[in-house]
Structures are given as C-alpha cells and as structure tokens.
Design a binder for this molecule. Structure first.
Ligand code: NAD
Ligand code: ZN
Ligand code: ZN
Length: 348
C-alpha cells in the first residue's frame, strides 16, 4: 500500500510503498476513512530533532484517524468486520494507574506501551495510508450511529485535545464567565464549539487571520478579535476589567503566552496547548493571583467516547477540507502558509 512516511527529522514526508499490515493476537487493522493533518506534524517536519522525543522516524504520519475494521487478530472480541471506529491516539501500557481509568495520554509505564509517549503517526505507523495497524484493539472506539469516519477522524485529536482542556476547567466556567481561545485553527475552532456545547461561558476567539476569525464566529464564538499588542487590554475591557476565567492558548508563542497571562482573571486557568516554543516568565507579579497555569497533552479514552456522542447528536461539527493521499503535502503547505481554515483531512 501507499503511505506518507516521515523518513527523518526536519524533512518533508514522502509517499512510499510499504507492506499491508496484518493483525497479530489482540490487534486489529482498519481501512482508513480519514486521517487529520495536525500542526504537530509540521513541528516534526520543521523544528523537532533527535533526542527531543522518545522515538525516531521513520514512520507513517497521521495521528488522528478513523475508519472501518478490516481484520481482527486472535482473541479480539466486541468488534465486527466493517464496523466504523475511531482510533484513540495516545497509546499507553493499559495497566498503570493512569491508563486504567483511560488517561493513556499520561501513561506512567511508557516502557510497556507500544511506543513511549506516542502512538500511530507519532513514532509508530499512522493513518496516512490505506490501512493502519492498531497494536491493541482497546484503542478502537466504535462510532455512534450516523457518525462518519471522515468527521470522526479530526475529533480524535483536534477535538479530543481541546475537549480535555475545556473539560478540566468546567468548574471555572459558570454562566457569566468568559473563555478565550487563542488560535482558531484546527484545534481552536473545535475548542469554540466545545465551549459553546458544554458550558454557558462567553467565548472570545483570537487569531491573526480574518478567515480564522470568521470560522470562530461560525463555530459559535460571541466575539472574535485580531491578535495584537492590545488584545489582552481589549479582552479586559470586554469583561468589565475582570479578565477571562479560562484562557486556552493553541499557539504557545512568547506573544500569545504573554497575552494569555495578561488576559486572565484572578483564580482563572491559563492552559497551554500550542507547541509554539514560547516561554512565560512566572513571578509573584506576572500573573493575577491564584491563576493556575498548565500544559495539557491530548485527552483520555472515556473523553473520546463523550466527544463522539456530542458529535453524533449534532452539537459539534469540525470544519473539514479533504485532500487525497497524493496531495497530503499540499495540506501541510497550506497550513504553513496560513491558507488553511479548519482541519485538513487526508482521505487515502
Ligand atoms: P493550526 O495551524 O490549524 O491553527 C493554528 C492557528 O493559530 C491558526 O489559525 C493561526 O492563524 C493561529 N495563530 C498563529 N499565530 C497566532 C498569534 N500570534 N495569535 C493568534 N493566533 C495565531 O494548528 P493546530 O493543528 O490547531 O495546532 C495548534 C497547536 O497545537 C500546534 O502547535 C500543535 O502542535 C499543537 N497541538 C498540541 C496538542 C497537545 O496535545 N498539546 C495536540 C495537537 C496539537
Ligand atoms: Zn495532533
Ligand atoms: Zn500506562
């Protein structure tokens, strides 16, 4: 089969012929219905280098995937051939204290995971190919009725990552609260929809691009403001000088982190999701009192089940641009140039 392979750090991936995967005991193979193109893949192709992550190229890209069960290995129960499924992406050991309740994104025994701190498309072969090997069938989540793998694919990362980040801050988002989404791209436009579907907060979206601000408004944002030096002051003004209860930064550069801290309200949450390489100096006076700062990585398996349910009930709808496998690099180039809106999904 054809697969889009990252052969080395800091290089463009290449289309190559690789053997069709076969499932061993407890494993499964899916026919890929969609594989989302994430900005993290661009970080792999452009900035990351050996030693930063606990795995190395070569592998097939594509870490947000859904499709149909093609083959099941010995001992797999509870799944049917041709059943539509989403792939839970962070592959942990399955038995440590974090994995048992489904927080495999924070596995504490990575040496016994299929790949340490990664998954298919991040260290092991992902979904930018006709077929994908799933090393343990528990990583497959059956799709609720009516949900197409094409829609489900971006939900597994562009949806799940902001869902986890929003969900952990639900307690700080009662009616009257304000949430700010910085960077209304693949993850950010989903964050806006998730905030509107699961909280009564006012949602303010921030982006540098007019098209992204339009998409944020279409996704339900109450206000969409251009990103600049006076953005935080504008957010404070729009919240009667209180600031935002929750700020989610899907960029993570020096300037957006500074904006996030300056826009936050006392007792608020500032959550860094974007891997933009920025830093945020922290001192007694640099953030309002009792602001909690955290990074988050992906989400939990039960959260993916909840998210798929929201989507199957029509409460979430990722904005998707489709590309065939042989044009996958065009998707990344458009993303890099700032010409892509919503999420690119590769359809092999
Ligand atoms: P994307 O390219 O689709 O979206 C990024 C958006 O940010 C774009 O709309 C862009 O215009 C906007 N932007 C850029 N600079 C900005 C600025 N200074 N102010 C405001 N907006 C700005 O990317 P994506 O796929 O949504 O990923 C976003 C980030 O999240 C990436 O760094 C990615 O690697 C990271 N990510 C993290 C996790 C995690 O688990 N922590 C998971 C997936 C992706
Ligand atoms: Zn990703
Ligand atoms: Zn584990």
């Amino acid at each position: 089969m054809r697969a889009l392979r990252l052969e080395a750090w800091k290089s463009d991936p290449v289309l190559a012929d690789v053997p069709d995967p076969e499932p061993g005991p407890g494993q499964a193979v899916i026919r890929v219905g969609g594989a989302g193109a994430c900005h993290s893949d661009l970080h792999l192709m452009r900035e990351f280098e050996g030693g930063l992550l606990p795995w190395e190229p070569p592998f097939t890209l594509g870490h947000e995937n859904a499709g149909w069960v093609l083959a099941l290995g010995d001992g797999v129960t509870g799944l049917e051939i041709e059943q539509p499924v989403a792939v839970y992406g962070p592959w942990g050991c399955g038995t440590c204290a974090r994995c048992r309740p489904g927080l495999e994104n924070y596995c504490e025994d990575p040496a016994n995971a299929p790949v340490p701190s990664g998954g298919g498309g991040l260290g092991l072969d992902g979904g930018m190919a006709e077929y994908m090997l799933i090393p343990d069938a528990r990583f497959l989540v059956p799709l609720p009725d009516g949900l197409d793998p094409l829609i489900a694919a971006p939900l597994t990362d562009a949806g799940l990552t902001p869902y986890h980040a929003v969900r952990r801050s639900w307690g700080k988002l009662p009616p009257g609260a304000t949430a700010v989404v910085i960077g209304a791209g693949g993850l950010g436009h989903m964050a806006v929809q998730i905030l509107k579907a699961t909280t009564a907060a006012n949602v303010i979206a921030v982006d540098t691009r007019a098209e992204a601000l339009d998409l944020a408004l279409k996704s339900g944002a109450d206000l969409a403001v251009p990103s600049g030096d006076d953005t935080a002051a504008g957010i404070r003004e729009a919240t009667r000088e209180r600031g935002a209860d929750v700020v989610l930064d899907f960029v993570g550069s020096d300037s957006t982190l500074a904006m996030a801290a300056a826009a936050a309200r006392t007792l608020g949450d500032v959550t860094i999701v974007g891997i933009g390489g920025g830093t945020l100096p922290l001192s007694f006076f640099s953030v309002p009192y009792e602001v909690s700062l955290q990074t988050t990585y992906w989400g939990a398996r039960p959260e993916l089940v909840e998210l798929l349910d929201l989507a199957s009930r029509g409460l979430l709808r990722p904005d998707i641009v489709q590309f065939p496998l042989n044009r996958a690099m065009d998707a990344y180039r458009q993303m890099e140039a700032g010409n892509l809106n919503g999420r690119a999904v590769i359809v092999p």
